[in-house]
Write a protein that binds this ligand. Sequence first.
Ligand code: UDP
Length: 139
Amino acid sequence: MKELTFSIVKPDAVAAGNTGNILQMILDAGLKIKAMKMIHMTKKQAEGFYAVHKERPFFGELVEFMTSGPCVVSVLEGDDAIRQYRDLMGPTNSSEAPKGTIRGEYGTDIQNNACHGSDGPDTAKTEVAYFFNRLEMVG
Ligand code: UDP
């Protein structure tokens, strides 16, 4: 079943010059890019995006990280895109991520882990709408 998911190439990966390689991995996996832009999140935007984590001890540092530089946000489409992209990213902690996953290749640790992908259909919908309007999506 065709599905949309939301992706971020995070500031660590953009700053390290890995955006192109990560997008290539996404395309090679058969996912289609339906919308894409480079943004530099404000504190407010990052806090809103990660609001679900606001009580967690890492929240402040996470917001600082996500606002530390530009990132590339996109909407991906494919069969089972949410699970497929989560598999391609690898586990949250980059040091546990196998080679061949985005985090295994380009992540550093549990925070600086190169990418974000929605974890379910409801979050995918909310996250796409948080950054993109319909005019910014192709097809
Ligand atoms: N994170 C962190 N410390 C932790 C857990 C998560 O800094 O102990 C950061 C990390 O960048 C992660 C993000 O918070 O990607 C969101 O965490 P989540 O558990 O939702 O992981 P994800 O869905 O991104 O794998």
